[in-house]
Design a protein around this ligand. Structure first.
Ligand code: NAD
Length: 291
């Protein structure tokens, strides 16, 4: 059986449902409006923002990119966020990370109106997620949950090991997996974990969100495991015109033969992230306009 869990196909079905819902929403209202703030000219960030804008347009969501120079002060950035918060024509706000070193990302995220926080990174939204009353769920972890639902009939009682404890992936994913509607038993591993392999070998589900190629090798997982590879790493590749290719954190070729399901990179979690962001933006518009 082919273990490949095709994130592009699953994401397309989520996007098709969103496209339909946006169409009916926009019949008697302006289309959902997303404001994207992009600071500086980090090439990966610029490319993510282009991808989000294009994907938004494809489902009928309007997006405006507010580009600011690297040199913008924190106060000016906070003022921009405040303008977007109070602009009634804006339903959702997203500040592309990372921000330049002189800006505190927490201060910026906290400044976003939680009702417009389509990334779900505001402490209020992360807190709501933790207590099982989610408003906006961060896109990558909610996309991973949709992928897991595709791969497995029931997560209840499954042993899930999440490798990586970031605020945008590892922590919210652990919260989602342990909620009553998922009921997995969750272990979170990180850079100080002793004997990572001892944990991953016991797992029914392994999620790698670290940023290190081939961190998870075939000897670290058991037969029948479901593996979600969140990592995005550039490795040199002279056969490619751009001189590199993208790989995840998992040794895909070695693990696929023993896995129940495994996501590729690219084409796994990445497309899901964008699809879930679009869904959150529609939700923001529905809530904002009282629909
Ligand atoms: P991060 O970069 O903020 O932190 C990395 C995490 O890995 C930390 O929690 C650290 O404790 C852990 N870690 C580091 N070395 C480790 C080791 N040897 N063993 C176990 N854990 C270790 O995390 P992030 O922002 O969640 O990003 C992780 C990866 O996921 C990156 O490659 C990033 O590009 C990618 N990512 C992809 C998507 C997507 O949509 N596909 C979204 C977000 C992040």
């Amino acid at each position: 059986m082919d273990a490949r869990l095709d994130g592009r196909a699953v994401a397309e079905s989520v996007r098709a449902a969103t496209r339909q819902a946006v169409e009916s929403f926009a019949q008697d209202a302006a289309p959902p409006a997303l404001a994207v703030v992009l600071v500086g000219d980090h090439p990966a960030s610029a490319s993510y923002v282009r991808g989000k804008k294009k994907a938004a347009a494809e489902v009928g969501i309007e997006s405006t990119v507010h580009r600011r120079a690297d040199s913008i002060s924190q106060d000016d950035l906070l003022a921009l966020v405040d303008t977007l918060n109070t602009d009634d024509a804006v339903d959702g706000i997203l500040v592309q990370l990372p921000l330049p070193d002189h800006i505190d990302p927490h201060a910026v995220i906290e400044a976003i109106d939680p009702a417009k926080d389509v990334d779900g990174f505001h402490p209020q939204n992360l807190g709501r997620l933790l207590i099982g009353m989610p408003q906006f769920t961060p896109a990558t972890p909610s996309g991973i949950m949709v992928l897991l639902e595709h791969a497995l009939d029931d997560l209840s009682g499954q042993r899930a090991v999440v490798v990586g404890r970031s605020n945008i992936v590892g922590k919210p994913l652990a919260a989602l997996l342990m909620q009553r509607n998922a009921n997995a038993t969750v272990t979170v591993c990180h850079s100080r974990t002793r004997d990572l392999a001892a944990h991953t070998r016991e797992a029914d589900i392994v999620v790698a969100a670290v940023g290190r190629p081939k961190l998870i090798t075939a000897d670290m997982v058991r037969e029948g495991v479901t593996v979600i590879d969140v990592g995005i790493n550039r490795v040199d590749d002279e056969t490619r015109e751009r001189g590199y290719r993208l790989v995840g954190d998992v040794d895909y070729d070695a693990i696929a033969p023993k896995a129940h399901a495994i996501t590729p990179v690219p084409g796994g979690v990445g497309p899901m992230t964008i699809a879930m962001l679009l869904r959150n933006t529609l939700q923001a518009a529905q809530q904002h306009r009282g629909q």
